[in-house]
Ligand binder design. Structure first.
Ligand code: SAH
Length: 349
């Protein structure tokens, strides 16, 4: 039997694993043991599962594979940021980033290989969407970064942001399953409060997610609160307009009571005028929120240019004046193309 024909054992639930062992005439608790090897101990080989007999390990080997990711290449930035090129079992590559600060270590993980959306300022958008990541491929990125955090910074991972490659809501079920595993006691047991899902803004799916009353945080990449401007820089906005996004964030807040973060880059000549600021202030009235002004990381020919410090300061003043919390985020890992919007598998070219 070749590897393609075998089932990825990590697609099985605990119950399914227990059932498998019962079918084999074994005790169901063997399923718990294997589950623990796969998820808690991160085993990549059946032969490492030392509390199972050799014939049992061989029976597993015969039926299943353990698809796992492998950190193929690791780059470290002068500021401590680590970018990993992560090879998937089928040879495709995504990137995940470890971002250390004084008080926390954040994992920035990918949810898709490439992206189906078309934000014109983002390097990942130029790769076509190849496929969605499986829940375990998302989970494994977190495990890998947690290990790096312990190894290089002597502390466990503290936060996770879905701001790597891809649009998490376009891979909704797998992202939710991964989060479930990351937060569950038989996975990593992390608090959902330390997880942020960042979306370009898919209104229908924001509503669907809100209905499940999640306890993680939501960030929306807004970038403009004017319909035409947003469509210009994020063409998918034509089909999923701001008007619907606004209603969706109101719905989200109504269901979760969790404040939304808007990510916002200010570009010269695109959204640096008073009218842009007014539109954002108005959008912020829809639901409790904070605004994260992020630095633009140039990706190419200079079509987009970060606005002047004065323009950014006008945003800060106006938002603060209106009582909206605003932070200005400096980019990390720029020297290794690990910053927002720069993930594009350069190492693979
Ligand atoms: N698809 C999701 C998550 C990935 S992008 C989303 O759009 O939210 C993570 C963040 O980086 C988003 O806010 C995105 O708008 C921003 N971003 C993309 N390209 C960028 C660039 N070149 N410079 C700075 N931020 C960028």
């Amino acid at each position: 039997m070749n590897a393609e024909a075998k089932t990825d054992i990590r697609a099985l639930s605990l119950d399914a694993l227990r059932a498998f062992f019962m079918e084999q005439g074994e005790q169901p608790f063997r399923g718990n043991q294997v589950y623990e090897w796969l998820w808690k101990k991160g085993a990549h080989r059946f032969e490492d599962m030392t509390n199972l007999s050799k014939p049992l390990r061989e029976a597993l080997e015969e039926r299943f594979t353990i698809n796992h990711i492998a950190v193929d290449q690791m780059q470290r930035s002068a500021d401590g940021t680590i970018k990993n090129a992560v090879k998937l079992h089928d040879g495709l590559v995504v990137e995940s980033v470890l971002i250390p600060t004084d008080s926390r270590t954040t994992a920035c993980v990918s949810s898709q290989v490439g992206c189906s959306l078309d934000c014109r300022f983002c390097a990942t958008a130029r790769l076509k969407r190849m496929r969605n990541l499986n829940p375990d491929e998302i989970y494994d990125q977190v495990v890998a970064i947690d290990r790096q955090s312990r190894l290089y910074f002597d502390r466990p991972l503290s936060n996770i942001v879905f701001m790597g490659m891809g649009e998490p809501l376009m891979n909704y079920p797998n992202v939710m399953k991964a989060i479930e595993k990351i937060t569950s006691e038989d996975g990593l047991g992390m608090s959902p409060k330390r997880i942020t899902v960042s979306t370009s803004g898919v209104p229908k799916l924001i509503r669907k997610m809100a209905d499940e009353q999640p306890r993680f945080n939501l960030a929306v990449s807004l970038h403009s609160a004017i319909e035409e401007t947003r469509t210009r820089i994020m063409p998918f906005n034509e089909k999923m307009p701001l008007s619907e996004l606004r209603e969706a964030v109101v719905y989200w807040y109504g269901k979760t009571r969790s404040r939304i973060t808007y990510e916002y880059v200010v570009w010269e000549g695109v959204n640096d005028k008073a009218v842009d600021i007014r539109a954002l202030l108005d959008f912020c009235k829809a639901a409790p929120c904070k605004v994260n002004l992020i630095e633009y990381n140039p990706i190419d020919d200079g079509e987009f240019r970060q606005a002047s410090p004065e323009a950014i300061d006008r945003y800060v003043q106006a938002l603060e004046g209106a009582g909206v919390t605003v932070t200005v985020r400096r980019s990390r890992g720029k020297d290794i193309d690990a910053a927002c919007g720069q993930l594009a598998n350069k190492s693979q070219e």
